[in-house]
Each structure stands twice: as structure tokens, then as C-alpha cells.
Design a protein around this ligand. Structure first.
Ligand SMILES: Nc1nc2c(ncn2[C@@H]2O[C@H](COP(=O)(O)OP(=O)(O)O)[C@@H](O)[C@H]2O)c(=O)[nH]1
Ligand SMILES: [Mg+2]
Length: 264
């Protein structure tokens, strides 16, 4: 059989990983919107709702959606931990491409743009595409103090950890075929997981790209800044100690393969 006779390859399977904690008010509507949007695009996909520790009706709603919609599955972990939920979901994913969407923050236009980036030829193909709230062209409708915190956090990441992108938290599209070992190497849970994932990917020599996003959250943030800022700063210090100093502090391009990708 010549390549021309071969049956066309099915499009890659997409695994959307959605951490969910006390989201009874919006989980059903979010799951429906994401499923409808992905079906409408003709994409092959699974939606993994990863729930842990919720005290409201979230587990029951997740189970109901999974029973009603064939593409949806739900995972329950014992301890409430956003980062652990993402890590478990991404490692359970069957797809070649992983997508991180929050219940309160997702954007199918970002997914469309990120998939185009992932389809670029091998030399230019990123392993991770981050939806950046800070990149030129981003529109961030959150309150000013949260925008300021994101800007300060991003500046610290870029100067202290030499991360190339302007934002690490939030929506991402991931080439799982290359990123699985990096995901396994991540040790930090909670909201540090996103940053560790990007940091370890870059330290492993993988390209991370960013696309400016329009930020529209479906409900206000529940974590007050006074609690998040000290926790995040301590977390960054722990991450820096676990992963080691940035190679090429003299300013030489992306990091090469090093212990950061698997150590820690
Ligand atoms: N499984 C799980 N999901 C979580 C946990 N904490 C937050 N989430 C989910 O992670 C996403 C982002 O959480 P959110 O509270 O909006 O964080 P923020 O946007 O950074 O203020 C949402 O989908 C939440 O339901 C947790 O402990 N476990
Ligand atoms: Mg949120």
C-alpha cells in the first residue's frame, strides 16, 4: 500500500484535564460548554474531571456528567490538592495532547490557537503552549490587585528562575508524548505545579511557547492574596532549591538537558 492509499490518520486524541473543587454551582455548565465546543470542532477528545476533597455536590455532579456523556470520565483523589489533581489527570490521560482547563476559566479560542502552534513543523513545535495573561495582546478583566500579583509573580519567575514565558498559571496545551517524563518528575503540588511543569520542561531543553489570552473567569477567585502571596514566595524558594540554579546565567539561550528534568 502506498502512502496515498493509506487510510487517513484519525486526528490526535485530546485529553482535557479539569481539576474541580467545590464547583457544584458551575461544573455542569462548564462540562457541557466544553463538550459541545469540542464536538462542534470535530475533535476526538476525553474530558477528565479530577475532583478531590470537595465538600459540596461536586463529586455527584461529576459522576452524573460522566454517566451521561461518553467522552467524560471522573477521577477522585482523597486529598484536596490542585497540583496533585493536575498531575494525576495528566498522567491518566490517554491523549497525545493534554489540555488544562479550570472549571471557572477556559477558552476554546485559546485551544484552537494552541493546536495550530502544536501542529507546526518539528523544529518550531513547542512541548507546552501557555495561555499568558501578561503577553502583549492579552486582555485581563480581573481586578487590578490580581493583575498586579500576576505581573509581579511573572517578573520573579523570569528573573529568578529564568523562565522564558511571562505567565505559568492557568490554561495550557501540552504535547503529552514528550512531556510525560517531565510530569512524572514534578514533585510540588498546589498552585506550584504549573510553574514546576514549565520550569522542568525548559530545563529539559523543551520549548515552551505562550499565546496571549482574554481572561474571563466564571466566578471570582476564592483565594485571598494575603494568603496566596507568602505561600507562593515560599513555594518558589522550595522549587528553586529542588530544581537547582538556572543554567547559563550568563544569558545563553534555552537550557540543555540536565538533572532538573528528572531530579528533585
Ligand atoms: N481537584 C482539585 N481542584 C482544585 C483544588 N483547588 C482548586 N481546584 C480547581 O482548580 C481550578 C482553579 O481553582 P481556583 O480556586 O479558581 O484558583 P484561582 O483561579 O487560582 O483563584 C478550578 O477548576 C478549581 O475547581 C483542589 O484542591 N483540588
Ligand atoms: Mg479561578
Amino acid at each position: 500500500m502506498t502512502p496515498a492509499d493509506a487510510p487517513p490518520c484519525p486526528p490526535p486524541l485530546l485529553s482535557v484535564v479539569m481539576p474541580a473543587y467545590n464547583e457544584a454551582a458551575i461544573l455542569g455548565a462548564t462540562a457541557r460548554e466544553v463538550v459541545d465546543g469540542l464536538r462542534h470542532r470535530g475533535l476526538r477528545f476525553e474530558l477528565l474531571i479530577v475532583e478531590n476533597g470537595s465538600t459540596d455536590g461536586t463529586p455527584a455532579i461529576a459522576a452524573r456528567v460522566a454517566a451521561a456523556v461518553p467522552e467524560v470520565a471522573t477521577h477522585s483523589l482523597r486529598r484536596a490538592d490542585y497540583g496533585e489533581a493536575l498531575r494525576a489527570g495528566l498522567l491518566a490521560a490517554r491523549g497525545e495532547v493534554g489540555v488544562i482547563f479550570d472549571v471557572d476559566y477556559f477558552d476554546l479560542d485559546f485551544l484552537d490557537a494552541a493546536l495550530i502552534r502544536l501542529a507546526s513543523d518539528a523544529a518550531a513545535r513547542p512541548a507546552v503552549v501557555v495561555g499568558s495573561k501578561r503577553a502583549p495582546g492579552a486582555r485581563d478583566g480581573r481586578p487590578w490587585h490580581r493583575r498586579a500579583a500576576t505581573a509581579a509573580f511573572g517578573a520573579i519567575l523570569q528573573t529568578a528562575l529564568r523562565i522564558s514565558v511571562s505567565d505559568t498559571h492557568g490554561m495550557k496545551v501540552i504535547d503529552l508524548s514528550v512531556l510525560r517524563p517531565v510530569i512524572r518528575a514534578c514533585r510540588h503540588g498546589r498552585d506550584l505545579f504549573d510553574t514546576e511543569l514549565v520550569l522542568r520542561a525548559e530545563r529539559a531543553g523543551l520549548a515552551v511557547a505562550e499565546i496571549p489570552v482574554t481572561v474571563r473567569e466564571r466566578r471570582p477567585s476564592r483565594t485571598p492574596l494575603w494568603r496566596r502571596v507568602p505561600r507562593t514566595l515560599c513555594g518558589l524558594l522550595r522549587l528553586r532549591l529542588a530544581v537547582g540554579p538556572a543554567p547559563g546565567r550568563g544569558g545563553h539561550g534555552p537550557a540543555g538537558h540536565g538533572p532538573g528534568a528528572t531530579g528533585g
